[in-house]
Design a binder for this molecule. Structure first.
Ligand code: SAM
Length: 273
């Protein structure tokens, strides 16, 4: 059986009794970084053999691990921190297990996204997890577009380096949006900052943003959520081009995906307007 084991994201005391027992009793622990996980294992006197399993050897290691699991070995998977498979390696292995009829279990434990959501004070009835925002500017803007129109809370993992620029961008589009920054969760300097983009920027103006960050963006019901469907096509394309700095073709592509239409249909309609 494969067992996904969540581990602490900053405070070692957050390891569960079940996680310790399972890690101690299994045959092998797959670690995102064996040296990193050794600190946790040593702290709790766990001597189970470890093997590295990370994003760069995931594809190659999957088949041999499945073979070991099929031979009856009990294998655990841990990442450097938090819940494996959530912006961490593991989902490929879980999918392979399901495909190959290998039993999978997952032990609940720390996950920065969920912890941040419980602390944010934003809507928890409906939320989306978007992981890390893309690196390229156009892709970021497109993703932010999906986030700002999403009718619930959006949760992103973000680097401190990029936080300011992203917040500035949100301020330009929707200055009234509520944002929450959950920083250094479970650690000594845990900090939760809530406010509008401007308030967030003012807060971080005073000091360099450091540490690990979850960015949460609230739903703003007064923001036109069905803009791209209700407004005339030309106006919607202009809005996309101007606000999100998209080219005409990118705006057409974005609108096509938002309206569930083909690029050709949007293009034709825009030509006939
Ligand atoms: N699988 C992990 C989980 O369950 O939370 C996430 C791994 S992902 C590679 C690392 C990102 O998670 C960080 O860049 C940060 O955005 C977020 N993160 C992890 N630990 C955190 C913490 N203690 N406080 C705030 N954010 C954290």
């Amino acid at each position: 059986m494969l067992t996904i084991v969540s581990t602490p994201i900053g405070n070692l005391q957050d390891i569960t009794l079940r996680a310790l027992e399972t890690l101690r009793d299994c045959d092998l622990i797959l670690c995102e970084d064996t040296r990193h996980s050794k600190k946790l294992l040593q702290r709790f006197d766990i001597t189970t053999p470890t093997k590295s399993y990370h994003q760069f050897n995931e594809a190659k290691e999957c088949a041999p691990i499945i073979a070991e699991l099929k031979s009856g070995r009990n294998i655990c998977l841990v990442s450097d921190a938090g819940t494996p498979t959530i912006s961490d390696p593991g989902s490929r292995l879980v999918k392979a297990c399901i495909l190959e009829g290998v039993e999978v279990n997952s032990l609940p434990g720390p996950c920065a996204a969920v912890l941040a959501l419980t602390l944010a004070g934003l809507d928890t009835e409906r939320f989306q997890f978007v992981g890390f925002l893309p690196k390229k500017e156009t892709a970021i803007k497109k993703e932010l577009f999906n986030i700002l129109y999403y009718p619930g809370t959006s949760i992103c993992y973000e680097s401190p380096r990029r936080l300011i620029n992203i917040t500035k961008f949100i301020e330009q589009i929707d200055p009234n949006r509520s944002i929450v920054i959950a920083r250094e969760l479970t650690k000594t300097f845990q900090e939760i900052v809530r406010g509008t983009p401007k308030e967030i920027l003012q807060h971080f103006e005073k000091k360099e943003v450091k540490g690990e960050i979850v960015l949460l963006i609230a739903h703003n019901p007064t923001f036109q959520s069905s803009y791209w469907r209700e407004l005339p096509l030309e106006q919607t394309l202009d809005h996309l081009e101007n606000t999100f700095k998209l080219s005409r073709m990118e705006a057409i592509k974005t609108l096509a995906s938002l309206r569930d239409q083909s690029k050709r249909e949007i293009y034709k309609e825009s030509e006939s307007d």
